[in-house]
Design a protein. Structure first.
Length: 453
């Protein structure tokens, strides 16, 4: 990393995660007021001594490094509210005991395939609400864990669970529960007592069905059923009136219940890879919907009632069989992103040029089809993908798109780039993404990591 002259003395938050750093850069020592440091997923073997001055540090992520032990001076940091130290090479394969002095700790991440036992001092942390045990596939919860009744969030993603241990039944105040990427075939009945649940992740399991009580969790805001097994939406989905995010991808069901349109607060709906042949008409009643993804279905057309979704910002209809887009697209005045790649589109409707907030556009043009003459009027575009479009020259109309930040011309038939590309004040960044030959199942967890993942 470059040396920053003078440092960054006012820096409060720094994220340098998911790089290949062998050490924390020395210029960071100038940030004496740092409160949040995410250095996870690098190649650190030790922490520099000068970090002892970071006495105001409240959030620290040291996930996935090569630490054999953590320095003892970390126990002097009594302001920690979030701490993640999983997946390291700790000699005794257990978290250090000094964590029990972190009385302000709200969130603790112990992600580690080698972790077999939880320390007893966990139940002595008076403010601990979130326990993240991702990929702890050798862990068996101890009997005393029932004493941690104050827990509100439990992350058991990727733990190879075939059933949920009964020790977790005591957490009736649970608000966020992640059970994704396991081998669950059924859910225990005692989970029906988790009536305060707001977020539930059941993705990537082998469930044979969904229990009836799941539709009685009236506090649910977020429900992820993507690739969860042989599950389907019940007509009782309409009872979840507070639901805001629903991921029902990769289930190949062919239809959804009409009660889906009775969710007044739904803002995000993902129906990817569901063998849909038409867009369910129930969606038109979701007046607060902001994100709609129907990637990888068998849609041959889109309905004109799309204009009934006034809040829609992001629309993904890629990998379908669309020959055209409806003129009503121009009525989606808040649309920011449209992905229509891998569809046999002849052209785009002229109404698209009237979208004032459109910043990202991706589509595949059929062989022999040029861009429409009005395309140069999309001057607000910042991201454009024309991959797999068989262009042998870069369309001339692109030269007026002076706000472009990324331009994807992957897998075309270009022999050369035109000289006028150099006329951009800031040349577009070439974003080359691997070609997708078919619609793959998307991993809903491939998202930008938060400050403390």
């Amino acid at each position: 990393m470059p040396v920053l002259v003078g440092g960054l003395p006012e820096l409060r938050s720094l994220d340098i995660s998911r790089n290949s750093l062998p050490r924390i850069p020395e210029w960071v020592c100038s940030a004496g007021r740092l409160k949040r440091l995410n250095a996870g997923f690098n190649r650190l073997m030790e922490l520099p001594q000068w970090m002892q001055q970071f006495t105001q540090l409240e959030e620290l992520d040291l996930t996935s490094h090569r630490f054999l032990r953590f320095p003892e001076w970390l126990q002097n940091f009594d302001r920690f509210t979030k701490l993640h130290i999983g997946t390291n090479n700790l000699i005794d394969h257990k978290p250090p005991d000094w964590i029990d002095t972190c009385t302000h700790l709200v969130e603790l991440g112990l992600r580690s395939p080698s972790l077999q036992n939880l320390p007893r001092w966990l139940c002595h942390l008076p403010r601990l609400q979130s326990l993240k045990l991702r990929h702890c596939n050798r862990l068996r919860p101890p009997d005393w864990l029932v004493e941690c009744r104050h827990l509100q969030e439990l992350d058991l993603y990727g733990c190879n669970l075939e059933e949920i241990p009964d020790e977790y039944a005591a957490f009736v105040k649970m608000k966020r529960l992640s059970l994704g990427h396991n081998d669950l075939k059924a859910l225990p009945k005692w989970m029906s007592e988790f009536t305060q649940l707001q977020e539930l992740d059941l993705s990537m399991n082998r469930l044979s069905s969904l229990p009836a009580w799941i539709w009685d969790l009236h506090q649910l805001r977020q429900l992820d059923l993507s690739n969860a097994g042989a599950v389907s939406l019940s007509p009782k989905i309409g009872q979840l009136k507070k639901l805001q995010h629903l991921n029902h991808a990769d289930l190949r069901l062919g239809s959804v219940p009409e009660e889906l349109g009775e969710l007044p607060l739904l803002t995000s709906l993902r129906l990817e890879n569901n063998n849909l042949h038409e867009l369910p008409s129930e969606i038109r009643h979701l007046s607060h919907l902001r994100e709609l993804s129907v990637f990888g279905n068998s849609l041959s057309s889109l309905p004109s009632w799309l204009s009934d979704l006034p809040q829609l910002r992001d629309l993904d209809v890629s990998f379908n069989k669309l020959g055209q887009l409806p003129d009503s697209m121009g009525d989606l005045r808040k649309l920011r992103s449209l992905d229509a790649t891998q569809n046999p589109l002849g052209t785009l409707p002229v109404s698209i040029k009237a979208l004032p907030r459109l910043r990202s556009l991706a589509f595949t043009s059929m062989r022999g089809c040029d861009l429409p003459p009005w395309f140069n009027q999309l001057t607000g575009l910042e991201h454009l993908s024309l991959r797999n479009s068989h262009f042998d020259t870069v369309p001339e109309s692109l030269r007026n798109l002076v706000n472009l930040e990324t331009l994807d011309l992957d897998n075309n038939e270009l022999k050369r780039l035109p000289d006028w590309i150099g006329d951009f004040e800031e040349a577009p960044e070439s974003e080359i993404v691997p070609q997708r030959s078919q619609a793959p199942a998307r991993d809903p967890h491939q998202t930008p990591p938060p400050t403390v993942p």
